[in-house]
Design a protein around this ligand. Structure first.
Ligand SMILES: Nc1ncnc2c1ncn2[C@@H]1O[C@H](COP(=O)(O)OP(=O)(O)OP(=O)(O)O)[C@@H](O)[C@H]1O
Ligand SMILES: [Mg+2]
Length: 269
């Protein structure tokens, strides 16, 4: 929901970043206010996951210019752990497996770190089990997954559901979901989308990275952005995603060429 007077949770200004001396992000600008759902779309390799990993603090990427303000703080100065504790959540495109670490214990430690940051008391094993059982309902997940190692041997869809369970426990201020819809069967897609909708509130914000309208049929974005060659080339409302379904990304090359020629990106909607 768009409220022009809502507090800005994330402000990305002219963000440039590189990995292994290769420039990937070339001036990303994005403002996200509380209550908003943003969708980022774009061709493979346009920089969507790179943007999400930089926001989470992935050490492989170097920010070479620009700024990111999160809830009034300089995000880029915060360690990845502090970002997570203070409410930045990233659901990875490819969630990692952590053999030997129980999913339940991992979730408990992460949840308690977040609670401690908010000045809430830590939950002991019993109290946490009650909470986790309640939150399992958000993604309709079987409790047997709590007793396994984190994501180890989980199917693609089970990993994605586990990510949303984490999100339900951590109650992030800014949730970045990188292709959470990929690999989900039709029922799981509805369940995961329902979970995201249930967790979205007027106090937090969601950034969905997706390739497909089918997710946006279930989660209505306030804004849709198209990334190309490391920047946001176009911004519109939810109708922009429908337009992309029809037109594909052929127009992107023309617009990039125009941009290289010195013009500014086109605003739509
Ligand atoms: N560690 C790395 N080393 C070299 N190149 C990288 C690295 N990380 C990202 N890149 C390159 O940066 C570009 C952007 O990658 P990114 O993963 O951000 O794309 P994406 O928009 O998420 O694509 P997809 O839709 O396929 O997930 C790609 O060309 C990729 O090969
Ligand atoms: Mg990606």
């Amino acid at each position: 929901m768009i409220r022009p007077d809502a507090p800005v949770l994330l402000e990305i200004r002219d963000l440039h970043a590189s990995v292994d001396d290769q420039t990937i992000l070339k001036g990303v600008n994005l403002t996200i206010r509380a209550g908003e759902i943003h969708a980022v779309m774009g061709r493979n390799g346009s920089g969507k996951s790179t943007l999400s990993k930089i926001l989470a603090g992935h050490p492989a990427y170097t920010v070479t210019a620009g700024s990111v303000t999160y809830n009034g703080e300089n995000l880029l100065e915060l360690d990845p752990e502090i970002r997570a504790r203070s409410g930045v959540f990233l659901s990875f495109q490819y969630p990692v497996e952590i053999p030997g670490v129980s999913n339940l214990e991992f979730l408990r430690v992460a949840t308690n770190a977040r609670r401690a940051h908010r000045g809430e008391e830590e939950l002991d094993t019993f109290a946490f089990e009650d909470l986790v059982r309640e939150r399992l309902a958000v993604v309709q997940m079987d409790p047997v997954f709590l007793d396994r190692s984190v994501n180890e041997g989980f199917s693609g869809g089970e990993k994605k559901r586990n990510e949303i369970l984490q999100m339900a426990l951590l109650e992030p201020l800014v949730a970045i979901l990188d292709e959470t819809d990929s690999g989900l069967d039709i029922d799981a897609l509805r369940i995961v989308a329902g979970g995201v909708n249930q967790l979205a509130s007027s106090d937090n914000a969601t950034l969905l990275i997706t390739h497909y309208q089918r997710l946006l049929d279930l989660i209505t974005p306030d804004y849709v952005h198209v990334m190309a060659a490391g920047r946001i080339l176009r911004t519109g409302g939810k109708e922009l995603a429908l337009e992309l379904e029809r037109t594909g990304y052929d127009w992107v090359d023309q617009e990039l060429a125009r941009l290289e020629g010195g013009r500014t990106p086109v605003e739509v909607g």
